[in-house]
Design a protein around this ligand. Structure first.
Ligand code: GDP
Ligand code: IMO
Ligand code: MG
Length: 423
């Protein structure tokens, strides 16, 4: 009778999509609660690969309903494209009735994207490295009480509301310089608006709470990662939503006392895409090795992900903020050929050794204190049971569990569904 939450503990791309796909058979409802098409969640099974942006990762399980929650920002064009590509692969979620969207979810307009691009281009070296999907400007309109929501598209004056918001955006854009043509984008947007009228619109807070009340199982799927949270991440190098467990409450209309297990996902090392502090970053050959072996290139933008060692102070912080009950370690296989692995246990910061994330990290980068751990030096991609886990990898898991004070319940040793081991 509770909602379980699954979310990233680092800077995103931890492998949330893969694990939601593995877990969803046990859930009646999977719900995305925040973020938008800045997310790229990869699922691999039966030699097929899918990247989902807005659609929850429970979409391939016949018996699971998937909800795009009210805390999500929806780009109708991207959503239409996602549904069309699922349809082409023989799995039409609209036809099957396995996808519903919250009336309260906000819409990303073509001009939100233009604003995102204009704002980033003016920032120069200090830019956030936004995915340029219009996320920041859309959440700004939401909190600024100007936004358009899914429920508005069936109102008789939707077009007027759209024009009003668009004109406001154009006025702001005129201060940035020449406004690029976007007639085609506007045409696509209006077509996509018609298309999303064919997906059932729901009062998501009532839907989710009726599931809870009738004893059905609900999984809330996070996007981005804790260190990108707008309140607690490495501000201003963050996204514009609450990526933490609290975001599941506001994004779905779930009371805090209805939260059950909180699954926190992390990679056996660390990555970050876009700007901002990254204390354990390896800007060297080892970092490049991690990037190549882990295929650390963005699922949606194709950008090179920055790579580094695992950061325990950052993980402890994320565990605290989210109330993590179960940990899931991803991509252990990427470290298969490393003689030794390093772990950041503390930071050196302004002449002191500290074990927490300091407030001011932009001009005073925290320097990692690293401990070296023996690698396992063998291919683990084929292992399927905990008995087969090499001793050195077991030791790494034990070491992390002790430091993080939360059990690691699952281990992932490859991108495919089947490469997941319950510990
Ligand atoms: P998400 O945004 O958290 O869903 O993660 P992404 O899909 O953006 O990035 C994770 C990437 O790692 C994807 O390409 C996955 O297919 C891949 N992946 C997931 N788990 C594993 C794993 O255990 N090992 C390896 N080698 N790749 C994995
Ligand atoms: P998933 O769900 C990794 C990063 C961007 C940028 C910052 C702000 O796949 O883990 P935004 O477009 O939100 O204004 O960008 O956040 N970012 C992500 N990094 N994974 C993601 O999502 C991300 N979504 C946004 O690179 O640094
Ligand atoms: Mg991703």
């Amino acid at each position: 009778m509770q909602v379980d939450v699954l979310l990233g503990l680092q800077w995103g791309d931890e492998g949330k999509g893969k694990i939601v796909d593995v877990f969803c058979k046990q859930y009646d409802l999977v719900a995305r609660f925040q973020g938008g098409p800045n997310a790229g969640h990869t699922l691999e099974f039966d030699n097929k690969k899918f990247i989902l942006n807005t659609i929850p990762s429970g979409i391939f399980n016949e018996g699971t309903l998937n909800l795009i929650g009210g805390g999500v920002v929806i780009d109708p064009v991207t959503l239409k494209r996602e549904i069309e590509s699922l349809k082409a692969a023989g799995s039409d979620p609209v036809g099957k009735g396995t996808l519903v969207i919250a009336r309260k979810a906000h819409l990303i307009l073509p001009t939100h994207r233009l604003l995102d691009a204009a704002s980033e281009s003016k920032m120069g070296a200090g830019k956030i490295g936004s995915t340029l999907k219009g996320i920041g400007p859309t959440y700004m309109d939401k909190t600024g009480r100007n936004g358009l929501r899914v429920g508005d598209i069936t109102l008789p004056d939707f077009k007027e509301r759209y024009e009003k918001l668009k004109n406001k955006h154009l006025e702001i854009l005129s201060h940035y310089g020449e406004i690029p043509a976007f007639d085609d984008k506007e045409k696509d947007f209006m077509e996509a608006i018609e298309f999303i009228k064919t997906i059932p619109h729901v009062d998501a807070e009532h839907l989710v709470n009726s599931y809870i009340k009738s004893g059905k199982k609900v999984l809330a799927e996070g996007a981005q990662g804790t260190l990108l949270d707008v309140d607690f991440g490495s501000y201003p190098f963050v996204t514009s939503s609450n990526t933490t467990t609290a975001g599941a409450c506001t994004g779905l209309g779930v009371a805090p006392n209805k939260i059950g297990s909180v699954f926190g996902i992390f990679k056996a090392y660390a990555t970050r895409v876009g700007g901002g502090p990254f204390p354990t970053e390896l800007d060297c050959e080892t970092g490049e090795k991690l990037r190549q072996l882990g295929h650390e290139f963005g699922a949606i933008t194709g950008r090179s992900r920055r790579t580094g060692w695992i950061d325990l102070p950052a993980l402890k912080y994320a565990i605290m903020l989210n109330g993590v009950t179960d940990l899931i370690m991803m991509k252990a296989d990427v470290l298969d050929t490393f003689e030794t692995i390093k772990v950041c246990t503390h930071y050196k910061y302004k002449g002191e050794v500290i074990d927490y994330m300091p407030y001011e990290v932009i001009t005073n980068q925290a320097e990692p204190v690293l401990e070296e751990i023996q690698g396992w030096n063998q291919d683990v991609t084929g292992i399927r049971t905990k008995e087969e886990i090499p001793t050195a990898l077991k030791n790494y898991i034990d070491y992390l569990e002790k430091a993080l004070e939360v059990p690691i319940k699952f281990l992932s040793v490859g991108p495919d569904r089947v490469q997941t081991i319950e510990l």
